[in-house]
Design a protein around this ligand. Structure first.
Ligand code: ADP
Ligand code: MG
Length: 246
């Protein structure tokens, strides 16, 4: 039976007078790659941040593995460690080596002994193709390499869900592909992913489902083949006519 990892139920969120999310509902099952697309300002980042409570929600509920995401404290930290987030801006610790960046959370949160954490980290760094940079500081790496380290760091916690918020948007074109390749490999190996991206090739080829958002709402949800060839709404048709879909 399919196991639901994440349930977003009727979530609304306002910033002052701006309605960033309006009754958004969305499920992610184990092994699924759910891709959120939509114009800038449609609430995609807000939704990601509400999932791991970097933002509070005004109403609705977010359930992770069947239980509400705790509001604060150690319980929240424990859930967050199970839903690693990869941001546009890498967010690596600049004063720590690549290896330290990847081993930090497993050692501190999971209390994994250093040798084991380092062994696992080296395997993950090899998986994302940056093994030879383990001893360097993030600033000595390209943007694409840093983002792959960030992905390795997220994987090190063996999360039940990985959240990606436009992981390639800050990268030079020649580095986008190397990050997408790593994400594709994860998608194909069964990692459960919720991905916000403008990379339509990834969405088309790797998504289990496309969620199209506009103006704080989920406007349309469909398998990629259907969404890209025959979107149900005028809003999605307009959006697709403005973006490169290959
Ligand atoms: P997207 O990621 O789809 O571009 P966002 O979730 O960043 O959209 O933003 C949704 C809406 O919420 C936008 O109108 C944005 O200006 C507003 N917004 C997002 N974050 C904040 C904030 N911290 N304070 C005020 N308004 C915000
Ligand atoms: Mg955003």
């Amino acid at each position: 039976m399919e196991q639901t990892v994440l349930e977003i139920r009727d979530v609304s969120k306002t910033y002052g007078t701006v309605s960033a999310l309006r009754n958004v509902s969305l499920d992610v099952s184990a092994g699924e790659v759910v891709v959120i697309i939509g114009p800038s300002g449609s609430g995609k980042s807000t939704l990601c941040r509400c999932v791991n409570r970097l933002e509070t929600i005004d109403s609705g509920a977010v359930l992770f593995r069947g239980a509400p995401v705790p509001e604060e404290g150690r319980a929240l930290a424990a859930v967050r460690s199970q839903m690693s987030m990869v941001f546009q801006s890498f967010n690596l610790f600049g004063n720590k080596t690549v290896l330290e960046n990847v081993t930090l959370a497993p050692r501190r949160v999971k209390k994994i002994p250093r040798v084991h954490a380092e062994e696992q980290a080296r395997q993950l760094l090899a998986r994302v193709g940056v093994a030879e940079h383990a001893h360097k500081l993030p600033s000595q790496l390209s943007g694409g390499q840093q983002q792959r380290v960030a992905i390795a760091r997220a994987l090190a916690m063996e999360p039940a869900l990985m959240l990606f918020d436009e992981p390639t948007s800050a990268l030079d074109p020649e580095m986008i592909e190397e990050v997408l390749q790593v994400m594709s490999e994860l998608a194909c190996s069964g990692v459960t992913m919720l991905v916000v991206t403008h990379e339509m090739g990834f969405a088309r080829n790797l998504a289990s489902r496309i969620v199209f958002m506009a103006d704080g709402e989920v406007v349309e949800e469909a398998p990629p083949a259907q969404f890209f060839s025959n979107p149900a709404t005028e809003r999605a048709r307009q959006f697709l006519s403005k973006v490169r879909t290959h």
